[in-house]
Design a protein around this ligand. Structure first.
Ligand code: ZN
Length: 209
C-alpha cells in the first residue's frame, strides 16, 4: 500500500491510467542497473528517481567523487530511491539500462551481452547511428537486435533527449506485466521511428537460443 506521503509525491503519475496506484507500487519495488558514463547520468536519473524507481545500481566507470555528488543530489530529489555503486549489487537485477556514448561503455555492454547477465535490456546509443533497443526478453540479444548497436560510438548532440527517451522506455518496461515485443527506435534528429524486432535474431546465436 502507498503511504499518504507517497500518494502526494507521485500524484501526477498515479493519475495516469498506465501507472495508477498498482503501477506506482511496482515502480517503488523495482530494481535496476544503469550502465553509463557519469556525464550521461543526470537526465536519465532525474527521470527514474523522480518516477520512484526503488533501487538503481550505478555501473559507471571513472570519477567516483562525481558519482557520490550525483547520488547526494538525487537523494534530495527523491529520498525514497536507493542509489548505489557497490559491486555487490551488480548483476543482481533483472533490468539493465545502458546509455552508450563511449567505446568503454560499448565494450562493457558487449561483455554483458556475452554473459546474458540481464533478462531485460534497454540499450541507447547516444551517437550516430542514434538508436534505442528495448529488449524485454531474449531473443533477440543486443548483437542480434541490430549489429549497429555495438559499433564504436561518439556522443552526439542529441545525447540528453535520447537518454531521457531511454529512461521513459525503462519505466514502461518496469510497469508492464504482459510481455511486450522487442523494439528498435531510430532517431534522425528529434524525429524517431519505431519498429518491432520479432524475427530479428540469428538462429545460431548461443545468447539467443
Ligand atoms: Zn543473439
Amino acid at each position: 500500500m502507498l503511504t499518504d506521503a507517497q500518494i502526494d509525491r507521485y500524484s501526477r503519475q498515479i493519475i495516469l491510467p498506465e501507472v495508477g496506484g498498482v503501477g506506482q507500487e511496482r515502480l517503488l519495488a523495482a530494481q535496476m542497473t544503469l550502465l553509463a558514463e557519469a556525464d550521461d547520468l543526470t537526465p536519465a536519473l532525474n527521470y527514474l528517481a523522480g518516477a520512484g524507481v526503488g533501487a538503481i545500481h550505478l555501473d559507471c566507470p571513472g570519477d567516483a567523487g562525481r558519482l557520490d555528488l550525483l547520488i547526494a543530489q538525487m537523494a534530495q530529489l527523491n529520498p525514497e530511491v536507493r542509489l548505489g555503486t557497490s559491486a555487490a549489487q551488480a548483476g543482481h537485477h533483472a533490468t539493465l539500462l545502458v546509455l552508450a556514448a563511449s567505446n568503454r561503455i560499448i565494450d562493457a555492454a558487449r561483455q554483458i551481452n556475452e554473459n546474458a547477465a540481464y533478462a531485460r535490456v534497454i540499450f541507447a546509443r547516444l551517437g550516430k547511428p542514434t538508436l534505442i533497443a528495448a529488449l524485454p526478453s531474449r531473443p533477440p540479444c543486443l548483437a542480434c537486435a541490430s549489429p549497429a548497436l555495438l559499433e564504436p560510438v561518439e556522443r552526439g548532440s542529441f545525447a540528453a533527449p535520447v537518454a531521457m527517451a531511454a529512461a521513459a522506455e525503462t519505466i514502461k518496461m518496469l510497469l508492464s506485466v504482459a510481455p511486450q515485443p522487442a523494439r528498435l527506435i531510430e532517431f534522425i534528429g528529434y524525429e524517431s521511428r519505431s519498429s518491432r524486432l520479432d524475427s530479428q535474431w540469428h538462429p545460431g546465436c548461443a545468447r539467443c537460443a
